[in-house]
Design a protein around this ligand. Structure first.
Ligand SMILES: [Zn+2]
Length: 490
């Protein structure tokens, strides 16, 4: 008995030793960066430009189309006026009436081009919320050291920051070795099929293969990644896929006084119930694994110990991450029934019932696999399962974090935001990059600015605003990213 006890004890000690060893060898993925003098950016002037940009109501899905197009045209005119060097030195093409593609020809044709992208459109302000704004949403007020208004964060800040960066570089007489594309779609908020998809098709027809593409996405966060005290620059290296399925049940109608055991509504509800009891498997792989590979070594000891030993503690980590909706969405394909309809009268059996379920696909879970999973979970031939709506796309490929392009991005973050660490992650929301997938293997989704959880609620919400100081660094980042890509990246 004593021997068995000793055996267990020594096995436990051995296991602990292995786990401690794993923790000790879970070393930092951050890179040492030589400091640079950030470019001189006239923050006040840039803020005034962004303020004016906010005043254009460039909605992507607003009727009537004609007047909307006039708003985009006026916005194009403003950009011409605000960025004279760009409009003298770069080629500008208007794509699909409202989208813009600028080409800054590089001096070395043998190098792959780079592509910065943002979107021209914004979402409208929800009805009856205009009065909740501290300053009117389309006034572009600069107050309290913020630029206020719809689009300041999503995505006119990004759009204007990339233009400001190129304008500064042109003013310095900078000559890029790589060709730089600035691609600005006009309907990202509406799926991007009319804008970014058209730009991507044009570039594809010209056989463009970009070294990297950088779009909106993650940002610099504080206190969002658990166990990490320093700011974390979250770089989206993949984004989830999108699918909507319609579940329908058709039954004989009739009087409800002699009903079958299940009406069409009952069958449909059972189907939803079964589906909800059969969630998609949790995964600690791909982009989410990379997140913890980069963030884990920077965590407090307990958390570091946990993530260094995923080989053993993976199931425990998954259970923990599944507890909050935001982290659960980062480890699996999720779904939510979003619409349900059926029945017309209280004493009539419904002839049909219909539910709509929206899915967000984890990289690696294909649309085909998801549909099969749903059919299997429901396991009822009376329930028809079909794709619904025009928006369906597979999860994006996952960009590699050991590529020279990622390292240039990481280095640039280190130079402009030396206090932050870099961690790749999976974007839960979609961006225009879904249309650019064929144009580069290195697609990154990152807004080089600080965003708090409260700021995230302002996006598409009330009181959207961007700090002027934040905005200066935003621009400085793009300048440095372009310089680094032409200097370091070979
Ligand atoms: Zn956006």
């Amino acid at each position: 008995m004593k021997k068995v006890g000793l055996g267990i004890l020594s096995a436990g000690a051995l296991l602990l030793a292995v786990m401690l060893l794993k923790t000790a060898s879970f070393t930092s993925r951050q890179i040492a960066v030589e400091p640079v003098a950030a470019a001189e950016v006239d923050g006040q002037r840039a803020a005034r430009n962004l303020s004016r940009a906010i005043q254009f109501k460039t909605f992507s899905d607003q009727a009537p189309r004609k007047s909307n197009s006039a708003e985009f045209k006026a916005f194009h005119g403003f950009l011409e006026e605000a960025f004279p060097r760009i409009h003298r030195n770069l080629q500008r093409e208007i794509i699909a009436d409202n989208s813009l593609l600028y080409t800054w020809k590089g001096s070395d044709d043998s190098l792959a081009p780079i592509l910065l992208t943002a979107h021209l459109d914004v979402v409208p302000v929800a009805a009856d919320t205009e009065d909740d704004w501290t300053y009117p949403p389309f006034a572009g007020r600069i107050a309290d050291n913020y630029i206020w208004g719809r689009g300041s964060l999503d995505d006119k800040g990004c759009l204007l920051a990339t233009l400001e960066a190129v304008e500064v570089l042109l003013g310095d007489g900078y000559i890029p070795r790589r060709t730089l594309y600035l691609a600005y779609g006009h309907d990202e908020e509406d799926g991007g099929r009319g804008g970014a998809a058209k730009i991507a098709a044009l570039l594809q027809s010209r056989k463009v293969k970009a070294e990297w593409i950088l779009d909106e996405g993650g940002s610099i966060t504080v206190g969002i990644v658990p166990g990490v005290s320093q700011p974390v620059a979250l770089v989206g290296i993949a984004e989830k896929g999108y699918l909507t399925l319609e579940l329908t049940v058709e039954q004989e109608g009739g009087h409800s006084s002699m009903p079958p055991p299940r009406s069409a509504i009952g069958i449909l509800c059972s189907a939803i119930h079964h589906l909800q009891n059969d969630p998609f498997p949790a995964k600690l792989e791909g982009p989410t694994r990379e997140l913890f590979e980069f963030a884990g070594p920077e965590m407090s000891f307990g958390m570091k110990f946990l993530f260094a030993n995923q080989w053993l503690l993976g199931p425990l980590i998954k259970i923990q991450l599944a507890k909050a909706n935001s982290t659960n969405a980062g480890i699996r394909t999720t779904f939510a029934p979003t619409i349900i309809a059926g029945g017309t009268k209280e004493n009539v059996l419904p002839q049909a019932a219909r539910a709509v379920v929206n899915f967000r696909l984890y990289p690696g879970d294909s649309i085909g696999y998801v549909v099969e999973h749903v059919k299997k979970a429901i396991d009822d031939p009376r329930v028809q399962v079909r794709p619904s709506g025009p928006d369906a796309n597979e999860a994006s490929p996952v960009s590699a974090v050991d590529s020279p392009s990622f390292q240039v991005l990481q280095r640039t973050v280190g130079q402009i935001f030396p206090e932050a660490i870099v961690a790749p992650f999976l974007m839960l929301a979609g961006t225009d990059t879904k249309h650019y997938a064929g144009l580069s293997d290195n697609i990154f989704r990152f807004l080089p600015m600080y965003l708090t959880s409260a700021d995230l609620e302002r996006i598409h919400g009330t009181n959207e605003r961007l700090g002027v100081d934040n905005y200066e660094k935003f621009i400085a980042f793009y300048i440095q990213m372009i310089r680094n890509s032409n200097k370091i990246l070979e």
